[in-house]
Design a protein around this ligand. Structure first.
Ligand code: SAM
Length: 292
């Protein structure tokens, strides 16, 4: 868990540029980066870099260096992240998110579910995936399209976070789902969310970085692979991901900034997958590919 948030105050347009600069500079090293809207009417956003105490001085200097050529006047501010469940605190009270027929909501909004909604209950917690991020919502939309229009019998959710996408797939169709994450806290939280959503069987959780677990061979090949991670690891994993995809199967990729989509597409075309559709949400894209 990060101790410090370094951030600059921006506009929405600037925040997308800064997110791209930060992603180029820090993503490979595994730093969490984010942009957040602080005041919709005044167009005030913050672009943030999360890190640990010991790295602050060095990372402050690197952040300043990254911003200098484009935004020399930006002042980097810092916030000490309180030693509590800060994600839950900052997100509590969020309203439900609609993506296709899915509605992702906190327990406080159970009564807002309407007939015909496919509800997914996720309380903000220590794992990514309340549906509010454009990448999660984009994946939900594409998952619904794929599961309604194609034969899906076996699903992999790589980088499951809160488990939201695994739960979505299992709620649409009673097929086996393997859900994995590099972060053991995420797999624990995801398993709790699976149970809270009334799913007793069919979703298997595994903690593993990328494809480094025998579980992929045991449970695969998959005819739907969902991976909402980040562009660079997705590019690196293209050959392995494709090797676990069944003939005729679909891949849903997200965590990709609009400007990174060509590189991701080129890596997956190189792994013999074909582009079907790209959808955009808040500067992020979700890409659907298939194996012809
Ligand atoms: C952006 S979140 C997506 C969470 C959820 N699937 C969603 O769509 O909201 C990315 C998740 O991928 C996990 N992750 C990052 N790199 C990974 C890797 N190499 N292998 C497996 N999981 C990874 C992170 O721990 C995080 O939980």
């Amino acid at each position: 868990m990060a101790d410090i948030r370094l951030f600059v105050t921006t506009t929405e347009v600037q925040s997308e540029i800064i997110l791209q600069l930060m992603s180029d500079a820090f993503e490979e090293d595994g730093y969490a980066i984010a942009t957040m809207e602080m005041d919709e009417k005044k167009d005030i956003w913050e672009a943030s870099l999360y890190l640990e105490w010991a790295e602050e001085e060095a990372m402050h200097a690197r952040f300043a260096q990254v911003l200098a050529p484009h935004f020399p006047d930006k002042i980097i501010e810092r916030e000490v992240i309180p030693d509590e469940d800060w994600i839950a605190k900052s997100l509590e009270g969020l309203s439900p998110v609609h993506a296709g027929r899915f509605v992702v909501h906190g327990s406080h909004d159970r009564d807002k579910i309407r007939p015909g909604d496919v509800s997914i209950e996720i309380d903000a917690g220590q794992a990514f995936g309340t549906g509010h991020h454009g990448t999660t919502a984009g994946c939900l939309e594409v998952i619904e399209t794929v599961m309604r229009s194609r034969k899906v019998t076996n699903v992999l959710d790589l980088g499951t976070g809160s488990g939201v996408l695994a739960i979505a797939a299992r709620k649409l169709k009673a097929v086996p789902v393997l859900a994995t994450d590099i972060d053991p806290i995420a797999t624990r939280v995801a398993a709790e969310n699976v149970r809270r959503n009334g799913i007793a069987t069919g979703v298997r959780m595994v903690t593993a970085p990328g494809f480094h677990s025998p579980a992929f061979a045991t449970h695969g090949p998959f005819d739907l692979i969902i991976a909402n991670i980040l562009a660079r690891p997705l590019i690196r994993m293209a050959p392995q991901l494709a090797s676990h995809l069944a003939p005729g199967g679909s891949v849903v990729l997200s965590g990709i900034l609009a400007s990174q989509r060509w590189k991701v597409l080129s890596a997956y075309n190189g792994a013999h997958l074909r582009h079907v559709r790209t959808i955009w949400r808040n500067g992020w894209v979700t890409i659907h590919l298939d194996r012809p």
